[in-house]
Design a protein around this ligand. Sequence first.
Ligand code: PMP
Length: 428
Amino acid sequence: MTRSETLFEQAKQTIPGGVNSPVRAFNGVGGSPLFIEKADGAYIYDADGKKYIDYVGSWGPMILGHNHPKIREAVLAAVENGLSFGAPTELEVKMAEKVISMVPSIEQVRMVSSGTEATMSAIRLARGFTNRDKILKFEGCYHGHADCLLVKAGSGALTLGQPSSPGIPEDFAKHTLTATYNDLDSVRALFEQHPDAISCIILEPVAGNMNCIPPVEGFLQGLRAICDEFGALLIIDEVMTGFRVSMSGAQGFYGVTPDLTTLGKVIGGGMPVGAFGGRKDVMQFIAPTGPVYQAGTLSGNPIAMTAGLAQMEALCEPGLYDSLADKTKRIAEGFKAAADKHGIPLAITYVGGMFGFFFTDETAPMTSFSQVTKCNMEHFRHFYHAMLDEGIYLAPSAYEAGFLSMAHGEEEIAITLAAVDRVFAAMK
Ligand code: PMP
């Protein structure tokens, strides 16, 4: 047994499933997860001392690569001053100013400790501000595990939501309406059925939790128009895309202005951070200025703010996003070229620093959750483990996007594409 396998068996005795977040258990690909000991630049190292080129990047935040010296040094210096105060700090003011300077739609922002808290709080705020109960989300988008967001579409197109986990009362789920991603007609139909009841639309502007599905042209703008027509708020969940797709998030990249934005792990540089922000008149509705309650003992934690600020400052380096997008394009196009060479049916997507690959015969662009569910999971599992053997660590699920970092250089790209070529050659 490897040390990772031994640790996994040990972990299962005391932690449900041996993991503190389900996808880590490798349920999507089978086998035993790697236990990670350390990470540096583009590489992670497992408990057996094996080194991998990492395309997970802690699920998104490691845009500069792991253990970046600027972030590490800033954090080590901040630790000298104490770990948590539960009182305001100048660091939080700097962080708010930084976020606001990068994302024009954000006029005020509140820090929280995870993406789940960010989306949960933004939805409570939208409901309080509009005095409406229902929300609209999209099938295949993930926004964390708050009750109202763990809801799937009901059986008919226009039925009310069903809980997607035990523990969520149907009385809660019925307030969540689920539309089809990239399909404005499905959104309009729900608004026409509930014209005065929907408080907000929440979506991933590039879906990264059903593999990587970009928005079709006009989709985001169409949602903006529908929200304006029916008096609902548009919440763009940039937990994954914020500061990864562009310096002003996916909203800047696609030119759409939401009322509220949720942010997450990226602004913590690897520390537990989230945030929600947007129009000042809406944000003023939050306590203590407004009636909607929201709070957090560790919100705006000084170490997390320090790590996040160091990362955000480094991200403002000119040319960084062009370079990140170029590397990502080369990886995705490289996967496709190798697949074509060996006759493996494969589709790819990429935007900014995120990419997807799909084992499918589909020749049309990948735009929908239903296309993703029809992909060949056996091929994915086989490819996944063969790549792991080659020393390439991809997200252990066919429903997750891949992430590059600035630490992925020519060498790492070449090693990865050579591995892809060998694995596809053996698969045909
Ligand atoms: N929103 C999106 C778009 C996400 O991808 C995630 C998690 N990957 C979340 C919200 C929830 O964030 P967290 O896991 O930090 O609670």
